[in-house]
Design a protein around this ligand. Structure first.
Ligand code: ATP
Length: 342
């Protein structure tokens, strides 16, 4: 493992920001730290970078314990959400900054900076100042600047947050391709599940200073380890124990159940779905979502959301329907995954 955190704890004036955080990352992987605001994502990055110090626990990079290694000696590149470019420096000087500090040879700096400006697609813009660039271009400069000293590990804190939605999507794909082509181990922070799923090879879900699950996006989607993970990757409805629904009673010992909309089949009333028995429901709302139709159904007072194909016969609000749940994820009090099938 290239990066490893073992039982890392961090308190801020009695507030536990990181609670026994442990996870590891293979060399060359692009990993997304995903979690809500205040969950501890930035604190994890800062701890790795050496900008914050854990109260206990160990951090290893490339097999070496780095707890006592200063930030400047960890070989890490950092990209911040607000670019943090030097306003009075040109693109060239911003990218060259780390190399100038290291007192590298002028010829070497020129060659390396031009190479990086080419890599991030900003040829011809080297003499511009940050205010003469778009948000996407500024973030490319920040990325080139972080890469200039040839870091072994790249950390990116909400790198797309300040960028306009349209450009953001483009920049995400570009970043993924560029990082993969360089093969540099990278960790980025996001609170946006689409971003995490689209960009990351692996996702680490963070909640209240704890790691809920780590895995590739498809595995987390298919087997969410906790109700929180189910809610954070993909759409889902989480039901508490007292909210019983058809079939649930047959499982004892569960505390929460999670349902995915695409694992609910909604058919016209009277057309019995194959296999299992179904429940009756009334259509409350129907939303056209392009490649799918989202149908909200009231089943015994509970609102379930299911997906249908636009190819199927349309359903109308007020219509009586049959509802079948293909699969449930059931969890006990300790949030341990219990079972998957109805
Ligand atoms: P966001 O997505 O909003 O940036 P985050 O998941 O990155 O959130 P952190 O910035 O790591 O969360 O913060 C985790 C918790 O620790 C928050 O409740 C925050 O208020 C607290 N915290 C972080 N840094 C400090 C600090 N220097 N002093 C006091 N509390 C802090």
């Amino acid at each position: 493992m290239y990066v490893e955190l073992k039982d890392v704890n961090k308190e801020f004036k009695g507030f536990r920001a990181l609670n026994d955080v442990s996870f590891s990352i293979e060399k060359g992987k692009l990993v997304g730290l995903l979690g809500p605001s205040g969950s501890g994502k930035t604190t994890i990055l800062r701890t790795l970078a050496g900008l914050a110090h854990p109260d206990s626990g160990d951090i290893f990079i490339d097999g070496k314990r780095v707890n006592d290694v200063p930030a400047s000696k960890r070989g890490i590149g950092f990209v911040f959400q607000n670019y943090a470019l030097f306003r009075y420096m040109t693109v060239f000087d911003n990218v060259a900054f780390g190399l100038t500090v290291e007192k590298k040879d002028k010829k070497f700096i020129k060659q390396r900076v031009n190479e990086l400006i080419g890599l991030v697609g900003l040829e011809g813009l080297q003499d511009r100042y940050p205010h003469q660039l778009s948000g996407g271009q500024r973030q490319r400069v920040a990325f080139a600047r972080a890469l200039a000293p040839n870091p072994h590990l790249l950390l990116l804190d909400e790198p797309f947050a300040a960028i306009d939605a349209k450009i953001r999507k483009e920049l995400r794909l570009w970043l993924r391709e560029t990082i993969n082509s360089l093969g540099i181990t990278s960790i980025f922070v996001t609170h946006d599940q689409d971003e995490a799923v689209e960009v990351a090879d692996e996702i680490v879900i963070v909640n209240s200073g704890r790691i809920e699950q780590k895995g590739n996006p498809a595995d987390i989607y298919k087997s969410p380890a906790t109700p929180f993970a189910a809610r954070f990757i993909g759409e889902s409805l989480v039901l508490d124990r007292h909210e019983t629904l058809h079939g649930f009673e047959t499982y004892s010992g569960y505390d929460k159940a999670v349902i995915r909309p695409e694992l609910i089949q909604i058919t016209k009333h009277g057309k019995q779905p194959i296999l299992h028995a179904s429940e009756d429901g009334i259509v409350e709302d129907v939303f056209f979502r392009g490649s799918l139709i989202e149908v909200h159904v009231n089943v015994k007072g509970m609102r379930l959301i299911g997906h249908r194909s636009p190819e199927e016969e349309p359903l109308l609000p007020g219509e009586k329907v049959s509802v079948l749940i293909y699969r449930l994820y059931l969890y006990n009090e300790d949030k341990v995954h219990l079972a998957e099938n109805v």
